[in-house]
Write a protein that binds this ligand. Sequence first.
Ligand SMILES: Nc1nc2c(c(=O)[nH]1)N[C@H]1C(S)=C(S)[C@@H](COP(=O)(O)O)O[C@H]1N2
Ligand SMILES: [Mo]
Length: 506
Amino acid sequence: MTHDRPTDDHTFEVASDGALALFAGVAALAGSYAAVGFTPEWVAAPVSAFVVATTPDAVVAWSIQTLGDLGHQLSLLLALALTVSLFAVAAGLGTLLANKFSLPSPPFAGLACVAVAVALTGAVTSALAAGVGAALVLTVGQLSAGSGDSSSSSARRRVLGAVAGTLAFGGVSAVLGAQQGSTSQPSSALDGPNSDPSGTQGDESSEVESLLADADSKSLSVDGLEPLVSEKFYQVDISNVDPSLEADSWSLKVTGAVEEEMEFDYEDLTSLPAENRFVTLRCVGDSLNGKKMDNALWTGVPVMDLLDEAGGLPDECCVMLRAADDYFEEFPLSALRNGFLAYGMNGDPLPRGHGHPVRALIPGHWGEINVKWLTEIEVLEKEQNGYWERRGWHGTGPVETVAKLYATNVRDDGTIQVGGQAYAGTRGIERVEVSTDGGNSWSDATLSEKLPGEDVWRQWEYTYEASDPHEVVVRATDGTGTLQPKEKRKSFPSGPTGWVSKRIEP
Ligand SMILES: Nc1nc2c(c(=O)[nH]1)N[C@H]1C(S)=C(S)[C@@H](COP(=O)(O)O)O[C@H]1N2
Ligand SMILES: [Mo]
């Protein structure tokens, strides 16, 4: 390497030390992921929670409206970068210390990473794996350096070795970590035929099956339109890494302005007679024709079945529901009285992303008060703001009526078919009308048959002939006979309104 001048050697070494520490940081993140997957024990989880907690409310509000899901991804990316930096500093300091006393640096750097990881998560396996990752990559780097002719070329080999090591280790970790996700599938009362000694489980699952079959047969078959039970249910979370709760150790506290505070466990809940309900959810932050609206068949018990057992609730003003991700939402007690505690979804245990083991479903209200990973029901005497209300939203009330326009198909016979879902919470949908001339004249759309339940959407479909470009407009009338307002309003702060329209060019 004739172009390497000796004066560069020191610079090379310092730079390669820094690069190595950085790769050790990446490997620590990867090692921990391999051990525990995308769970709260992963070293990035507390850093991500910190990022979420310290992001100014104004930035959160802006990000939801303008970036949507991208905001979540950026915030996770920032958390990953911070985590890597943290472990890079730890590995760097470990290396410096080891060098000072002429000790082998990889184990020292690894130990420093273990210490940082334990401080972050308190999880030993996750921390050890982080340390092993860092030490491994540093060792590969050292071995690759060999005893080179000049220290600049050996520094280069060191870095290249560490890059290769990090890529290999990171690849294996990604695979292992993803498997952690699937092996930690939630288990619950819905899991097996033997899990309920009372023998009601068989009836339960056959009721689920017949209800799902009913929904399937009532679904309109329109290309580009999801069936009445969503295939992919949207997800909205305040945190990047969801809580990972075990049904066995879960409990629900009832606190605050009650005669006697109570606590229920999973067994208490699932030993009550189960009910299956279709319930549609929509996020207050959904855009007018967005995709944050879905329907599922939920298994659980009415809130009052659980609370009545222990003497019921007072006639106070409101409740605060609290969750394992430090989420909290407040709303009127009257809404909770009709609420449902769900532990199953479409015949499966409630998935982790939707609140395993238990979530609340509050009929007709915006999604945000349907608290997931529910841990506490606090009865309040005075109103308080919930998580989103502190951030300027007003999303605790009943949903607005909406008719979404999802499918626009030009069919083989030249006709045009449009379709979507319509939802008005507990008011129900009575009618959907379609205009194909920008709102001058209206025709009734075909509606899917009603599913049982007091808070369920319906599909609509309309087929017509047209050859020139035109504007399709859709509007719904709810069960009280009220036509939805035409005026378009954005989602912040109290949910979107307006008639959905789309230009069609056949
Ligand atoms: N614990 C907890 N519950 C929560 C949330 C959350 O971030 N944490 N998000 C809420 C919001 S804003 C909505 S729209 C619904 C979404 O439910 P889903 O993710 O099952 O679709 O859950 C609500 N419940
Ligand atoms: Mo939401």
